[in-house]
Design a protein around this ligand. Structure first.
Ligand code: NAP
Length: 246
């Protein structure tokens, strides 16, 4: 049975992706940040995944840390035998207008959102190259496509993911590994619950469908990109935004 590794899967969109890929028949390796609360949440996600008749196991790692990613990749490969899909989902925000943003805020977001994608693509990409098979999907954002005031760090990290996706698609294509990204718009999760009412209303004015997306609508596109139906799709960034800025 094929195995999918999803980073930052203890809540939000990542948890939803893990459940969707389990429903699709993947065994799931659920990465969570190494803390007791994330572990407890991830265990609930794993239970729901197992209800689809697949195996699900937790792997604690801070994905910004290369050595922890290396240990996790090795452990997932040993536990499941292969890694057929990788979803780079873990991400954080530390918003602030550029003139007020600290170096720490900038560096932290780049480390978790961007460097982690290098760590995981390099390590799992090596496994997939040897397998001559695999699907990698990374979570970019409309902030990386269009920019967003107060998010110079976040938009830089997400724009980088789009470039990294194209580069790695070219490097791994001949080994039958597809590499794509999705760029969600305004999706209802704990990350966006933190926005003010004014910020939310302003965003919705720009959305053709006049509603937020939900995590299931992101997970279904990722499910497609991790399926054989998408076997000739690579290097692409699919926007999931209800029609933003067209
Ligand atoms: P979320 O609810 O905050 O979930 C993010 C997950 O990543 C959390 O479980 C978090 O754990 C984990 N994480 C953070 N840093 C980590 C690290 N260093 N190592 C391992 N795990 C880590 O966010 P979300 O809204 O579901 O977003 C998921 C992804 O979609 C992110 O990449 C985000 O940028 C992207 N996205 C979201 C939206 C949206 O509207 N929500 C739009 C566009 C793109 P902790 O809880 O411990 O931090």
């Amino acid at each position: 049975m094929a195995t999918a590794l999803i980073t930052g899967a203890s809540q939000g969109i990542g948890a939803c992706i893990a459940k969707r890929l389990a429903k699709d028949g993947y065994n799931v390796a659920i990465n969570h940040f190494p803390s007791d609360s994330d572990k407890a949440n991830a265990e609930k996600v794993a239970e729901e995944c197992r209800s689809f008749g697949v195996e699900a196991e937790l792997f604690a790692a801070n994905v910004a840390d290369y050595a922890q990613c290396e240990a996790m990749t090795k452990a997932v490969k040993e536990r499941f035998g292969s890694i057929d899909a990788l979803v780079n989902n873990a991400g954080i925000t530390k918003d602030g207008l550029m003139v007020r943003m600290s170096e720490e805020q900038y560096d932290a977001v780049i480390a978790v959102n961007q460097k982690s994608v290098f760590n995981m693509m390099k390590l799992v990409g090596a496994v997939m190259m040897r397998q001559r098979h695999g699907h990698i999907v990374s979570l970019a954002s409309v902030a990386g496509l269009y920019g967003n005031p107060g998010q110079i760090n976040y938009s830089a990290s997400k724009a980088a993911i789009i470039g990294m996706t194209k580069t790695v698609a070219k490097e791994l294509g001949a080994r039958n590994v597809t590499v794509n990204a999705v760029a969600p718009g305004f999706i209802k999760t704990p990350m966006t619950d933190a926005l003010t009412e004014e910020q939310r209303n302003k965003m919705l004015e720009l959305v053709a469908m006049k509603r937020y997306g939900n995590p299931e609508e992101v997970a279904s596109v990722i499910s497609f990109l991790c399926s054989e139906d998408a076997s000739y799709v690579t290097g692409q960034t699919i926007e999931i935004s209800g029609g933003l800025m067209m």
